[in-house]
Write a protein that binds this ligand. Sequence first.
Ligand code: ATR
Length: 297
Amino acid sequence: MPAGAKRFMRMKEIDGYTRTCGLIGNPVEHTLSPVIHNTLAGLTDQKLCYVPLKVEAERLEEAVKGAYALNLLGANVTVPYKSDVIPFLKEIDPLAEEIGAVNTLVRTEGGYKGYNTDMPGLYRAMRSDGVRVEGEKVLVLGAGGVARAVAVLLARYGAEEIILMNRTPEKAQRIADEINTMTKTAIARAMGYEDYELLPKQDRCLAIQATSVGMYPDCGDVVIAEEAFYRRIHTGYDLIFNPKKTRFMELVEQSGGRAFNGAKMLLYQGIIAYELWSGLSISEEMADQVFAAMEEA
Ligand code: ATR
């Protein structure tokens, strides 16, 4: 069948019952979210269509209200609006509130409820890769918004200890203090990258790379290059997915650890959002099919 005919068949599936979801952000041109959600709609036989919704910063409130008025079932929210969108929601899920960032809007009576599926997405990716958080000592590299979100996730999902490492250690210390206050524990502490020698040598850790260092086109960059650091890591997660194998991942593997990139986190944040919109639960087999569609795209 010619490509045009195939496209027409797909368009024909859109009818008066089709619900719309979309991605609010700027830019939105390079997103994989339409692939994730339109593949899921096909696999689960739902009348749902997902489109990019580019929004200028000063029109965010209008966009959220407009989406609601236009009966959109839900939306994802991406850079740079994950925190800015919060004042325009009717309600916010407690985990998203603690993280301070919302990436999924779900239609409710009178407005949207905001969720964060990025962090539960990371957790589900780790589970699917056989990586445990519960009872683990975890190193978080970075102290930006993403690292903070990771630290909240780890605290809430049963990590034993969280060590935030950053080029500017004071920023890491601020997040550690926040996490300890939030959890009423002393679960989190902070250090600079050069202090890795203070980490115990005998028990290896899970490490999560939550900075943008090493992202395309600066693929050779890494926040810490010393081999001795990587000997302290049994599993390394880099939240970057372009390139597929970052320098951080190479260094983890060279020291005998297992390494993963952020592609599955992207997959599962989408799957959890889709589950919230559709009320369905997505099987691992379907998740594999969506992942294949993402890789093809
Ligand atoms: P995000 O919201 O994506 O987490 P961010 O808040 O800008 O982004 O945080 C970026 C993180 O990457 C920070 O931890 C930053 O370190 P500093 O707090 O010391 O600035 C880290 N980062 C960025 N460029 C870096 C570099 N060249 N070397 C080391 N760390 C870097």
